[in-house]
Design a protein around this ligand. Structure first.
Ligand code: ASP
Length: 538
C-alpha cells in the first residue's frame, strides 16, 4: 500500500456533514419546503449513476491492463473474495447476537398476558384468555396491514400471496380429481355387476361428466400455479447468483445497471488485450485515458456534493415526516431501529476497524476520516452503486490505496459485498419472528436462526446496490424461515432510514477490503503509464 495516506478529509467533509444536519432539520421542521428539494437530489443522484457503468467498465479493464497479466489477479482476487465472505458472515453473526440480546420484537405485554393466563383459575382464566386472544388478534392485524411504502416489495408480497393461493387451489383441484376418478371406478364396478340396471348406467354417465370437469379444473389450476411461479428457495438464490454473473446482452445489463456481468466481461476482455501486445495499443491507451477522465469528472462532481446531498436528504426526511413515518420511530419500531444501529455500529467501528488495523497496521480512525465523504454519500443516496465513483475517488486520492486494488475490488465489492445488508436481513427476520412466533405458538429454534443466517448471507450477495434492494431479497429470508411475507409490513415504514445506515456500512466494508487487498498486490505490475508509448500525450 502506498504511503499516500493522509488525513486530508478537507473542508468538503464538513460541508457534507453540515448539509446532512441542515437537511434533517429541514425535514423535521419545514417538511413541506424540504420535499421541494427532491428534484435537486434526483439530479445529483442521476449524475452519480450516469457515471457508474462507464466507470466500472473502464476501471476494471484498466485495472487488469495495469496488472499486465490476468493471472496476477489470482492471489488478490482470492483475498478479496475471502474477505467478502468472512466479513459478511461476521456481520450476520453480529446482527443475530444484537437482536437476540436486545429482543426488540418480544412483546412484553403479550408475555405478561400469557403469564397471567397460565396462573389464573376459574372465571379469571376465561377473562385472561379473552385478553390474551384480543392481544394476539391486534398483533395479527398489524402483521396483515402490510403498508406498502416500497412498491417493489409490495408487488413481491402480492406475487407471493398469489403463488400460495394458486398452490392451494391446485392441491384442492387434485383432490377433487382423485375423488372423481375413484367415484367413476366405483360406479363402473357396480355397473359391471349389473349392466342392465338403468340407475347404475346413469351413475356412470354422471361420474364420467364429473371426472371430466374435475380434470379440466385441475389442468386450469396447474396452469395458474405455473403462471404464479414456484416458491423461492435457497437454491433459487444460489441459481440467481450464478446467473447474475453472465448476460446474453451487455447493453441490457448496462441499461439495468447489473454490474456483475459487466465486471466479468471487462475482466475477460482486458485479459485478452494483455495477450495481444502492440496490436491493441490504441484501445488500451483509450481505456486508461477514459478511466482517468471519468475520475476527474467525479472530483468535479464532488464540488457540488454538499448541495446534492442536502437536497437528497431534506426531501427524503421531509417526505417521511409528511407520510407520518417519523412517528413510526417511537415504541417497538424505535427499539428495532436502535438494535439494527447497534449491530451496524459494532460491525463498522469494531469488526471492520480491527480488520483494517490487523492487516495494514495503520490507524483505522484516519482511514475512516479519509473515506468519510464516501460513507456520507452512501448514507445520503442509500445506494452503493451510485456511491461507487465517490468511494473510488476517496480510496485513491485520500486513503492512498493503489489504483490497482481499487479498480477491481471496489466495483466487485459494491455489487456482492454487503455486510450492512446481511446484518440487517438477519436481524430483521429474527425481529419479525420474535413478534410472530408467540402468536402461532412456534419456537424460535437454533435451526431457524441458522437458516436465517445462511439465507441472509446469500440474499445480501444477491441484493443490488440500489435503495431498499435488501427489502426485496428479505422476502426470501422470510420464506425460508417459515415467516409470513406480509410481516414485511412491520419493517417497511422504517426501512428507508435503516437503508441509509446499512449502505454506509456496505460502502465502508468495500473500502476496507480494497485496503487489505492492496497489501497482496504484486509490486512489479505494469502501471497505467507504462502502457503509453514513449512521448505519447495522455
Ligand atoms: N441500499 C443498499 C445498497 O445499495 C442495499 C440494501 O441493503 O437495500 O448497498
Amino acid at each position: 500500500m502506498s504511503d499516500k495516506q493522509s488525513d486530508g478529509h478537507g473542508n468538503l467533509t464538513y460541508y457534507i456533514i453540515g448539509a446532512i444536519v441542515a437537511a434533517i432539520g429541514a425535514g423535521f421542521f419545514i417538511p413541506e419546503i424540504a420535499v421541494k428539494f427532491k428534484v435537486g437530489g434526483e439530479v445529483f443522484l442521476s449524475l452519480l449513476m450516469m457515471m457508474v457503468v462507464p466507470l466500472v467498465i473502464s476501471s476494471v479493464m484498466s485495472g487488469i491492463l495495469g496488472l499486465g497479466d490476468v493471472r496476477k489477479l489470482g492471489k488478490p482476487g482470492g483475498v478479496a473474495v475471502g474477505y467478502y465472505m468472512c466479513t459478511t458472515v461476521l456481520a450476520v453473526t453480529v446482527g443475530l447476537i444484537a437482536v437476540n440480546i436486545l429482543k426488540p420484537g418480544v412483546n412484553k405485554e403479550l408475555a405478561a398476558a400469557k403469564e397471567k393466563w397460565e396462573d389464573a383459575t376459574g372465571d379469571e382464566k376465561v377473562k385472561a384468555e379473552e385478553e390474551l386472544n384480543a392481544l394476539k388478534a391486534s398483533i395479527q392485524k398489524n402483521l396483515d396491514d402490510s403498508a406498502s411504502s416500497n412498491e417493489e416489495a409490495a408487488h413481491a408480497v402480492e406475487a407471493e400471496n398469489k403463488r400460495k393461493d394458486a398452490a392451494k387451489n391446485e392441491e384442492a383441484a387434485q383432490e377433487r380429481k382423485q375423488e372423481a376418478q375413484a367415484a367413476l371406478v366405483k360406479a363402473k364396478e357396480a355397473l359391471a355387476k349389473d349392466p342392465e340396471k338403468e340407475s347404475l348406467q346413469q351413475q356412470v354417465i354422471e361420474a364420467e361428466a364429473n371426472k371430466d370437469s374435475a380434470d379440466k379444473a385441475y389442468a386450469k389450476a396447474v396452469a395458474q400455479r405455473n403462471a404464479a411461479g414456484e416458491e423461492k428457495t435457497i437454491w433459487d438464490i444460489l441459481e440467481n447468483i450464478l446467473l447474475m454473473l453472465v448476460t446474453d446482452n451487455l447493453f441490457k445489463s448496462a441499461a439495468e445497471m447489473s454490474l456483475l456481468p459487466l465486471i466479468v466481461f471487462s475482466i475477460i476482455f482486458a485479459a485478452m488485450l494483455t495477450t495481444m501486445g502492440d496490436k491493441v495499443f490504441a484501445i488500451t491507451r483509450m481505456i486508461n485515458q477514459a478511466n482517468a477522465a471519468l475520475m476527474s469528472f467525479v472530483m468535479l462532481l464532488m464540488n457540488i456534493a454538499p448541495i446534492g446531498i442536502f437536497c437528497l436528504v431534506a426531501s427524503k426526511f421531509g417526505e417521511a415526516n409528511l407520510e407520518g413515518k417519523l412517528a413510526e420511530m417511537a415504541g417497538q419500531q424505535g427499539f428495532y431501529i436502535i438494535t439494527i444501529l447497534v449491530g451496524l455500529g459494532f460491525h463498522m467501528f469494531v469488526t471492520l476497524f480491527f480488520a483494517y488495523w490487523f492487516f495494514t497496521r495503520k490507524n483505522p480512525i484516519t482511514f475512516f476520516k479519509n473515506m468519510s465523504q464516501a460513507v456520507l454519500t452512501a448514507f445520503s443516496t442509500a445506494s452503493s452503486s451510485a456511491t461507487l465513483p465517490v468511494t473510488m475517488e476517496c480510496a485513491v486520492d485520500k486513503a492512498g490505496i493503489s489504483e490497482k486494488s481499487t479498480k477491481f475490488v471496489l466495483p466487485l465489492g459494491a455489487t456482492i459485498n454487503m455486510d450492512g445488508t446481511a446484518l440487517y436481513e438477519a436481524a430483521a427476520a429474527i425481529f419479525i419472528a420474535q413478534i410472530y412466533f408467540p402468536i402461532t405458538g412456534q419456537d424460535l429454534t437454533m435451526q431457524t436462526q441458522v437458516i436465517i443466517a445462511v439465507t441472509a448471507t446469500l440474499a445480501a450477495i444477491g441484493a443490488a446496490g440500489i435503495p431498499e434492494a435488501g427489502l426485496v431479497t428479505m422476502l426470501i429470508v422470510l420464506n425460508a424461515a417459515g415467516l409470513p411475507v406480509e410481516a414485511i409490513g412491520l419493517i417497511l415504514m422504517v426501512d428507508w432510514l435503516l437503508d441509509r445506515f446499512r449502505t454506509a456500512v456496505n460502502c465502508f466494508g468495500d473500502s476496507v477490503g480494497a485496503a487489505i487487498v492492496d497489501g497482496y498486490m504484486e509490486d512489479d505490475s505494469v502501471s497505467s503509464e507504462n502502457l503509453e508509448p514513449e512521448g505519447a500525450g495522455a
